[in-house]
Design a protein around this ligand. Sequence first.
Ligand code: AP5
Ligand code: MG
Length: 218
Amino acid sequence: MRIVLVGPPGAGKGTQAAYLAENLSIPHISTGDLFRANISQGTPLGKQAQEYMRAGQLVPDEVTIGMAEDRMNQADAAGGFLLDGFPRNLAQAEALDGFLREHDLSVDAVLDLEVPEDEVVKRIAGRRTCRNDSAHTFHVEYKKPQAEGVCDECGGELYQREDDSEETVRKRLEVYHRETEPIIDYYKSKGLVVTISALGKVNEVTQRAMDALAAKAA
Ligand code: AP5
Ligand code: MG
């Protein structure tokens, strides 16, 4: 399956993607995680992305689309993938369609995570992210690590993402409403969208998502 996950910052895309990708045996591809890995390795791509991410702005399409396509071209993604944070505007959605069309493929479903803004703010304020791998995320209240400040999965140091400050989160939400929400209508017009509430416990949301995707495929 080729699935696109959409939702505001802090909706739980990365958290859900980890479980869904495992259940569906497809790789989890997060453009945000790819950028953060490039930043920590000091690559030219990371240097290009850093200032935009710090400001809560989208990284330019010419950088983002190439990076996403390179990742989707890797062998483990041949049988399907779960995209988290890509596409994030109409130009990226059209580029993804073009890329898939070249391979006689298409998006199978778009899972839209709905969360009220006050919950998003609570989730982001308490999030702690692993320095080794930003796909490893925790929450000071909702998903506590076994040892404070230490990643359960790899022992890495937990920190607060630089773009998780109140001011930058406000900017990211604004960008989400303006740039990313229009892709939901784009995919609705193709009959691909399943919307679920992302409120409740993490495993409840995963079950809701699995049920919605199964109903869509039926
Ligand atoms: P990205 O990394 O994609 O960030 P985002 O979309 O803002 O989303 P987040 O990662 O902040 O939240 P999430 O939905 O993954 O939530 P999580 O699971 O962590 O992008 C960052 C930046 O990179 C962008 O601003 C942009 O600059 C750039 N970028 C990325 N992609 C791009 C693109 N395509 N084009 C251009 N630029 C791009 O959960 C949040 C917290 O809540 C965690 O602490 C978690 O433990 C907790 N939580 C999760 N679920 C629950 C639950 N059910 N109950 C309670 N707590 C929960
Ligand atoms: Mg994320």
